[in-house]
Design a protein around this ligand. Sequence first.
Ligand SMILES: NC(=O)c1ccc[n+]([C@@H]2O[C@H](COP(=O)([O-])OP(=O)(O)OC[C@H]3O[C@@H](n4cnc5c(N)ncnc54)[C@H](OP(=O)(O)O)[C@@H]3O)[C@@H](O)[C@H]2O)c1
Length: 294
Amino acid sequence: MSKPLILVTGKNGQLGWELSQLAAAYHSFDFVFLGRTELDLSDNLSIQTCIEKYRPAYCINCAAYTAVDKAETEQAMAYQVNAAATGAMADACRKLNATLITISTDYVFNGNGTKPYPVNEPTDPVNYYGYSKRAGEQLALTNNPATIIIRTSWVFSSHGNNFVKTMIRLMKDRESLNVVADQTGSPTYAHDLAAAIIQIIQQLEAGNKHYGIFHFSNAGITNWCDFAKAIATEAQLACNVKGITTAEYPTPAKRPAYSVMDTGKISKDYGIVMREWKEALHDCIHLLQSENKS
Ligand SMILES: NC(=O)c1ccc[n+]([C@@H]2O[C@H](COP(=O)([O-])OP(=O)(O)OC[C@H]3O[C@@H](n4cnc5c(N)ncnc54)[C@H](OP(=O)(O)O)[C@@H]3O)[C@@H](O)[C@H]2O)c1
């Protein structure tokens, strides 16, 4: 009997790459990993054609327009990749009875909250990136009832571009750094999210099926400044990290002040257990150092 095929988009991004590193350990599935050259999400027709060609049982959409500030001025492209393409993928999956797992963001929330957002908290994005990701959620849920949306936050990995790698690079060159201290959230190690997604697919295969919106981040709450301090400690870099306000560091896109998500539903429905972000950060930096990437 043939194995279920898992099609992964965005293979060169943080999450897509982490999935590609895990794939070899899961012998009960076949995987196909696609990057922008194999599947360009700016073209809805090629999404349809590609999914019809591979006929996957599961599609994990890790590709996205993730340049939060640039999205303010490149709105049409951000909408196409994050919303229209996600909708087209959901449609193509429904026609094959395939499950779509697509990733969304904590930036669908306005940031005015003071306690972790449950999955049914009303959304109210404060920037275009968040708006386009929310539109993608809505289109995916409308076009395919067998859709799982996983909202995540503050993603880091040893691969790709992220806050951890940027901080390490800057801390090596500078004696001090100013980092925003009034935005609160939960970091997520892309490796841990990748493992959780595979665990969810194993559960779906076993007949434990729950669709809709889920939240996933590592456990624990921090702000960018304390996150940077933890990176300096973990990487043993003697850089003085000073907290500043968002008002002192203006960016083209507004960020939510508070974007911590309640991850209870993914634990309840799929038995996913999250470890503390500091523990995950330790593993990521250890990997960077052992691979001489930092
Ligand atoms: N990074 C975060 O902090 C964060 C926070 C919350 C949610 N998320 C969500 O988590 C998911 C994974 O994020 P990530 O951090 O792994 O993102 P990432 O590292 O920025 O990777 C995104 C990937 O999408 C690909 N892509 C962009 N436009 C494309 C197009 N038109 N056609 C095909 N591929 C395209 C990029 O390809 P190239 O390599 O060719 O550019 C890149 O490999 C995304 O849905 C993101 O919105 C991320």
